[in-house]
Design a protein around this ligand. Structure first.
Ligand SMILES: [Fe+2]
Length: 315
């Protein structure tokens, strides 16, 4: 059975590739080649790209997830509506199967990509805690720079039937439910389910896909989220994007479910991109949780949530 092990990339259409490349560079990604009408943006980690830009209308195009083995990729090609196994024409090569998820989202199952050489990244900051000092005669000087993206962490998608989508992620991709969010006034009404990769006893992020219940007619990505080195990087990135005149959506704060220090920004085409650091890691034996979608269950601290946060696109 297919058990995806990680999220690798997302793909977006962009009317002007340079406008989005500039934004993603200020967001902390690095261009790793262009081919035809596509730009590959990478993080400092070992995937050759974490975001693909394709010239065209501004829209979410696909999410790429890593299969556990070549045999799993072959199993994916036999699923209803799946493409045949294709060679990936992109840095790092590899093979993929395109799957059609609920609401026609394209999920690429990938395998055999050549790892990229990691890019330099400043060391995590050594913090002098009140009763635990670990930095003496060593000055704290993090550079003022874009928050260097290390990897893609998760992606939130809105579905006509959010519960059905969570079931599809479980039954088709082998993902596990971590926590469910329900309407505070109606415990039966699921607003969304955080799904993580099943890596057995190896740790996995609290969520890799969040299946969010859509308002009628609003089938779109909600946000994509990228891991950076530490909370200082999140705050420095916030200041960097602010100075460049981009539109802040929410942050800096700390989530409850997943515990990440987060910061959300709008791209020039209105999509939300999130920086995060210090997220929770879980093994496969952790049982699912159940939470009301109240402000205190969304963030432990941070600015008040703006009403525009759930808008798919805001220009
Ligand atoms: Fe997020």
């Amino acid at each position: 059975m297919l058990k995806v092990q990680d999220i690798v990339y997302v793909a977006f259409g962009a009317p002007d590739l340079d406008t989005m490349t500039t934004f993603l560079t200020d967001f902390g990604m690095v261009e790793n080649g262009r081919s035809g009408d596509r730009v590959f943006m990478r993080g400092a980690g070992d995937y050759p790209y974490v975001t693909i830009l394709e010239k065209g209308p501004a829209a979410f195009r696909a999410v790429g997830m890593r299969a556990g083995s070549a045999a799993e990729l072959e199993a994916a090609a036999k699923l209803p509506g799946a493409s045949a196994i294709e060679n990936i024409d992109a840095p790092g090569g590899g093979r993929r199967v395109r799957l059609q998820a609920p609401d026609n989202y394209r999920f690429d199952i990938v395998h055999g990509m050549e790892p990229a050489k990691q890019l330099p990244l400043r060391e995590p900051l050594a913090i002098n805690f009140a009763f635990k000092k670990q930095r003496v005669r060593d000055l704290q000087r993090p550079p003022f720079e874009p928050a260097r993206v290390v990897r893609l962490g998760h992606c939130v998608l809105k579905f006509t039937d959010g519960e059905g989508a969570a079931r599809w992620l479980n039954q088709t991709l082998g993902m596990l439910p971590t926590d469910r969010l329900y309407k505070p006034e109606d415990r039966k009404a699921t607003l969304g389910t955080f799904m993580r990769c099943d890596r057995g006893q190896n740790p996995a992020d609290h969520h890799t896909i969040f299946a969010l219940q859509a308002m009628p007619g609003d089938i779109d990505v909600h946000h994509t989220s990228y891991e950076v080195q530490d909370p200082d990087a999140v705050h420095i990135g916030n200041q960097w994007l602010h100075n460049k005149g981009y539109v802040s959506e929410w942050g800096v704060g700390r989530h409850l479910l997943g515990s990440q220090v987060f910061d959300y920004w709008r791209s020039p085409y209105g999509h939300i991109f999130e920086h995060y650091a210090d997220g929770d890691l879980l093994t496969s034996d952790v049982k699912p949780g159940d939470y009301a979608a109240t402000p205190e269950n969304l963030a432990q601290w941070g600015p008040e949530l703006a009403p525009t946060f759930f808008d798919s696109v805001r220009l």
